[in-house]
Design a protein around this ligand. Sequence first.
Ligand code: MN
Length: 240
Amino acid sequence: MDKPLIGITMSRDEKFAIGARDWIRHVYLSAIIDAGGVPVPLPNEPTTTMLLDVCHGLLLTGGGDLDPARYGEVNHGHSLGISVSRDETELGLLQRAMECGMPIFGICRGMQAIAVAKGGTLIQDVSHQMPNSLITHHQEAPRDALTHRVMTADDSLLKRLVSSSEFMVNSFHHQAIAMVPEGMKIAATSEDQVVEAIESGDGRFILGVQWHPEDLADSESEAKSLFAAFVAAARQYQLR
Ligand SMILES: [Mn+2]
């Protein structure tokens, strides 16, 4: 049986010492492989949309901030690591994947990209715009350390997938979703009401999480469940 091909977006360093580079942390690939998919890295180029057309799922990885102009705001000075190429590539891939009904899984920046692609907005810096939050969303602890709780929404796909109403996650973000776009709903929040997950309102597999399950896929059942469900949805798309 052919395994589903999972397109995976890549980080872009615009000013690496020997020219720009596209790169990806291997844990994203191994999480997809372990779940039964074949990872297909998607370079930050306009032609990558054609590469997506042979895939059966789209995984959007973490990384630098989106240009606030993409959601109609000026940069307060806190949006960092912006790549025009990456923003254009990912928003183009998202548009294509949504047109096709392809399963989409967004992690950290990837969740924010889903929100922006559908017309949502972002908090450009949680510590400045939510000064009363007592939660450290940009943890100093190791990648696989669990540092804050998330509560899943009733009747959400996420809650069904993880079979849990609350669990602990890692957290490496300084931005968050401000306005959830039409067609998406909140699937999890942290105790300070930061949006920690969103999902499609119409039953299609479009899921975004603000934490990093790729760093937890070996240790936490919830993280493993998310990759398993995403690759299973891609398998259904492949068989459509
Ligand atoms: Mn968080």
